[in-house]
Design a protein around this ligand. Structure first.
Ligand code: ADP
Length: 460
C-alpha cells in the first residue's frame, strides 16, 4: 500500500472513531444528533484549516523550504507536490543551461540562422543574421521575412518551398557580399533559413575563370600562327620539305586539336560569365538543326550514317542562337563520332505539356551507367584514346550543360551499352516562341508541323 492510501485509511479510521464517540456521547446525554453535528462541523473546520495552510505554503515564495507538517493525507499530498515542484525546477535549470549553450553556439556561428513560422514571419534569429541579412530579433520578430529581404530571387525561392534547393543573392547589408541561402523544415510547421557568405568562394571561382580565359586567350594567337605556318609549309611544293610532310601533318593535327580545346575553354568561360550573356532572342531552331544535320552528314563522310531530323516547324526558342547552335551541334556530332559506320541518328525537336525538347538518339556504342552522372564534367571521357582519336576535347557535354543552365534547361542522358544513347535537352515552356510573321525562312524548310526526315546521308 502506498503512503497516500495508508494516510487515507488512517483518516477514515479517525473519522469513524470521532463520529462514533460523538454518537455515544449524544446517546448518553440524549442529544445524539446535536453531538454528531458538532463532531462533523469540528472535522470540517479542522480539514479547512489544514487546506488553508497548504494553500499558504503553496503560495509561499520560499521555494526551497519543504512542506510543514499538516497531518495525514494533506501532508502526503504536500510532499508529492513538493517532489514534483523540485523535479520541475531541476528540469527547468537543465533546459535553461541547454538553451544558454544553444544560444552561445548559434551566436558563435558565422552563418545566419532564422526561424520562420508557417506564414514565413521571423520567430527568432541569431547574431550573424544582423551582419549578413540585417535582421535584428528585437525589431524584426513577427515581420514577414519577404518584407525584410526583398531580393526577387530570394522571394521566389521562399515561395517555392523546396528544401533541397538553395539560392544565391546579394546581401542587403553589403552589396559586394554574395549569400547562399537554404530553407529546411524545422519543428512543427516552422522553417529554418540558413544563409552563408560565399563571396570568397565566388571570388575564387571568378579568379579561376579569368585565369583559364586569359591563358586560353594568350595561347590562341601563337597557336594560330603556328598552324598558319604549318599549313603554308604543307601547301608548299618545295622539294626540301618532301621528307617532312608526314611529321608536319602530325604537328598540324595536334596544333588544331589544341586550338579546338582553347576555343572550347573560351566558350565555357564566356558561358560562365553572366555579364557577357546576350539577351534572349527568338532562335529559329528548326533552321539551326537543319544546318547541324548537314554538317553531321559532312562529318560522317564515308561512314554513311543515316541522319534523320524531325522538327516542329513553327517551334522557335527564346535564347542565344550561338550558344544553342554550339550545344546542339556538340550532341549531334558526338552521336556521329560514337556511332559505328552506317548507324542511325535521329534528331527530334518538339513541344509537349512539359516544355520544349531536343532529343538526339543514336544506335551507337552506348555508355555504361557508371559513367553517365560524370559525363558533363570537364575533360571527362569514357575512353580517352577513343575521344582523342575522333577529335574530341572532353569539353563538349560540359558546354551543353552550361548552355542549358543559361536557358533554364536540363540535360537528360539515357544509354545502354552496345545499344545506343538518347540525349535530351528539356527547356521550360516559357521559352517557347512562334516564328515572327514576316519570317518565311523556316516554313520554306519544313512545310508540315512535324517535318519528315530532312537529311539522310544514304540518299545524298
Ligand atoms: P568528347 O570531346 O570526348 O566527346 P564530350 O564532353 O562531348 O567529350 O563527351 C564526353 C564523353 O561522353 C565522351 O568522351 C564519350 O565517351 C561520351 N559520349 C558522348 N556522347 C556520346 C554518344 N552519343 N554515345 C556514346 N558515348 C558518348
Amino acid at each position: 500500500m502506498n503512503p497516500l492510501s495508508t494516510a487515507w485509511w488512517k483518516l477514515f479510521q479517525r473519522l469513524v472513531l470521532v463520529l462514533l464517540g460523538a454518537f455515544l456521547l449524544g446517546w448518553w446525554t440524549g442529544h445524539s444528533l446535536l453531538m454528531l453535528l458538532i463532531a462533523v462541523s469540528g472535522c470540517l473546520v479542522w480539514e479547512l484549516w489544514r487546506l488553508y495552510r497548504l494553500d499558504r505554503w503553496l503560495r509561499d515564495d520560499n521555494k526551497e523550504a519543504g512542506p510543514p507538517r499538516f497531518g495525514w493525507v494533506w501532508e502526503d499530498i504536500a510532499f508529492e507536490i513538493d517532489r514534483v515542484r523540485r523535479q520541475n525546477r531541476k528540469r527547468k535549470r537543465k533546459y535553461g543551461r541547454l538553451l544558454e549553450r544553444f544560444q552561445h553556439a548559434t551566436a558563435a556561428l558565422p552563418d545566419a540562422a532564422v526561424i520562420l513560422d508557417e506564414e514565413d514571419k521571423v520567430v527568432w534569429c541569431n547574431g550573424a543574421s544582423q551582419q549578413l541579412l540585417g535582421l535584428t530579433l528585437g525589431r524584426d520578430a513577427g515581420l514577414p521575412v519577404a518584407n525584410l529581404l526583398r531580393d526577387p530571387g530570394f522571394v521566389a525561392f521562399l515561395a517555392q518551398r523546396r528544401p533541397t534547393d538553395s539560392v544565391d543573392f546579394s546581401s542587403p547589408v553589403a552589396n559586394d557580399q554574395t549569400l547562399s541561402a537554404r530553407i529546411v523544415p524545422y519543428g512543427k510547421k516552422q522553417r529554418l533559413l540558413l544563409a552563408t557568405d560565399i563571396s570568397q568562394v565566388r571570388r575564387l571561382e571568378q579568379m579561376r575563370r579569368d585565369f583559364i580565359a586569359n591563358v586560353s586567350h594568350e595561347l590562341r594567337t601563337p597557336l594560330t600562327v603556328v598552324t598558319g605556318y604549318l599549313e603554308t609549309m604543307l601547301d608548299s611544293e618545295h622539294p626540301s620539305l618532301d621528307g617532312w610532310r608526314q611529321p608536319l601533318r602530325g604537328m598540324q593535327q595536334q596544333a588544331r586539336r589544341m586550338l579546338h580545346i582553347i576555343e572550347d575553354l573560351l566558350m565555357l568561360a564566356r558561358l560562365e560569365s553572366r555579364k557577357d550573356r546576350a539577351p534572349g532572342k527568338p532562335v529559329p531552331v528548326p533552321t539551326v538543326l537543319a544546318d547541324i544535320a548537314d554538317d553531321a552528314i559532312a562529318l560522317s563522310g564515308e561512314q554513311n550514317h543515316r541522319v534523320d531530323l524531325r522538327a516542329q516547324a513553327a517551334l522557335w526558342l527564346l535564347g542565344c542562337e550561338k550558344e544553342l547552335r554550339s550545344a546542339f551541334s556538340n550532341l549531334v556530332f558526338n552521336a556521329v563520332r560514337y556511332t559505328p559506320a552506317g548507324g542511325r541518328i535521329e534528331i527530334r525537336w518538339f513541344a509537349d505539356d512539359r516544355g520544349v525538347h531536343l532529343e538526339v538518339e543514336d544506335n551507337g556504342e552506348g555508355i555504361a551507367p557508371s559513367h553517365i552522372p560524370r559525363l558533363s564534367e570537364r575533360f571527362y571521357r569514357v575512353n580517352r584514346d577513343r575521344s582523342r582519336g575522333s577529335g574530341g576535347t572532353g569539353l563538349g557535354l560540359s558546354i551543353v550543360k552550361h548552355v542549358l543552365n543559361n536557358h533554364r534547361g536540363q540535360l537528360r542522358i539515357e544509354s545502354e551499352l552496345g545499344k545506343g544513347s538518347l540525349f535530351s535537352c528539356d527547356f521550360p515552356e516559357e521559352l517557347k516562341v512562334e516564328p515572327p510573321i514576316l519570317s518565311t525562312g523556316v516554313s520554306s524548310q519544313c512545310d508540315s508541323d512535324i517535318a519528315p526526315p530532312l537529311k539522310n546521308s544514304n540518299t545524298r
